[in-house]
Design a protein around this ligand. Structure first.
Ligand code: NAD
Ligand code: UDP
Length: 323
């Protein structure tokens, strides 16, 4: 059945791909964004579409709409973006969740919240199942994001228990692909930008820390499957690619994939509280959503490199100086 669907953060990297998929399915899509870390170019191709509407709005302020479903993605996601104005980051997570949950409660909409693997902090259990309660430093530089997202999860479950709101919580692990902001400072965008320009690839620490990278198309499949999952299945559910790589391996793959002569060098020490390892346990997503990612890193990187090669960097405003 066709629905009226609100996507907050809909002009961002993941949000714009989600809007594409929802519009293609024929739904009426309302994209809400304050453009802190994105620009209209991500959704320019949708602006004239009869099923698509764009609202410039900050989710820390309440909003009044009539919708059937809400995807709450609004939040800066890259460390350099969320640490730029950490108080605003916590407000976006917490006040944003309260405002969107209030809306969901009023109009009886199903709400999916984009949480993160960062709720596990620097994990002491590997890979991370949803039952792991995490190892987050509550007063460190990443806390505005990690604790903000943890508080948003708390709010989701309290609105569910107290008010019967129909909630779905996903914990997204590192996802990459076309439309990542070229100056977001995240590892995939930094390395590809550097390799294409023949600049030094900047390893933080010795590059032995690990991440598991999921291509955006796989992630959106999982997100949609979660929104459509059976009544009563709230999550949280991990969504990510369980194939784990060291950051140095990623650098080598990017150099090979771009035919670059960039060298790979340690540029600075590992940032404070930077998790040493991260890999999702996706058994729950497989069992409940019949979902698992299918796109391997080398082939996802190829598509992402093609995208970065096609854009004009002078058209992108760096949201913060942290790249
Ligand atoms: P992104 O920065 O590209 O997108 C976030 C969007 O939210 C941007 O368009 C930004 O302008 C908007 N936004 C930020 N603050 C806002 C506010 N106060 N009001 C309205 N809009 C606001 O990042 P992304 O990678 O697309 O992440 C989307 C969501 O997924 C985030 O909630 C993020 O925490 C979560 N997530 C992403 C990843 C990943 O690897 N990409 C991993 C874990 C979780
Ligand atoms: N990183 C790096 N070089 C860079 C950017 C990031 O070595 O130019 C490292 C970073 O320290 C972390 C990993 O890559 O260990 C992933 O960083 P990212 O900011 O992409 O996301 P995170 O998973 O830390 O939120």
């Amino acid at each position: 059945m066709l629905k009226r669907i609100l996507v907050t953060g809909g002009a961002g990297f993941l949000g714009s791909h989600l809007c594409d998929r929802l519009v293609a399915r024929g739904h009426d899509v309302i994209c809400v964004d304050n453009f802190f870390t994105s620009q209209k170019s991500n959704i320019a191709h949708l602006l004239d579409h009869r099923n698509f509407e764009l609202v410039r709005h900050d989710v820390t302020e309440p909003l009044v709409l009539e919708v059937d479903q809400i995807f709450n993605l609004a939040c800066p996601a890259a460390p350099g973006h969320y640490q730029y104005n950490p108080i605003k980051t916590t407000k976006t997570s917490v006040l944003g969740a309260i405002n969107l949950l209030g809306l969901a409660k009023r109009v009886k909409a199903r709400i999916l919240h984009a949480s993160t693997s960062e709720v596990y902090g620097d994990p002491t259990i590997h890979p991370q199942p949803e039952s792991y309660r995490g190892n987050v430093n509550p007063i460190g530089p990443r806390a505005c994001y990690d604790e903000g997202k943890r508080a948003a999860e708390t709010l989701m479950f309290d609105y569910h228990r107290q008010n019967g709101v129909d909630i779905k919580v996903i914990r997204i692990f590192n996802t990459y692909g076309p439309r990542m902001h070229p100056f977001d400072g995240r590892v995939v965008s930094n390395f590809i930008r550097q390799a294409l320009a023949g600049e030094t690839i900047t390893l933080y620490g010795d590059g032995s820390q690990t991440r598991s990278f999921c291509f955006v198309d796989d992630l959106i499949d999982g997100m949609l499957a979660m929104m459509d999952s059976r009544d009563g299945f709230t999550g949280p559910v991990n969504l990510g690619n369980p194939h784990e790589f060291t950051i140095r391996q990623l650098a080598e793959l990017v150099v090979a994939g771009t035919n670059s002569n960039s060298t790979i060098e340690q540029a600075k020490a590992l940032p404070v509280d930077d998790p040493l390892q991260r890999q999702p346990d996706i058994s729950l997503a497989k069992a409940e959503l019949d979902w698992e990612p299918g796109i391997e890193l080398a082939s996802g990187l190829e598509k992402t490199i093609r995208y970065f090669d096609s854009i004009d960097l002078s058209h992108f405003r760096a949201p913060t100086p942290n790249y």
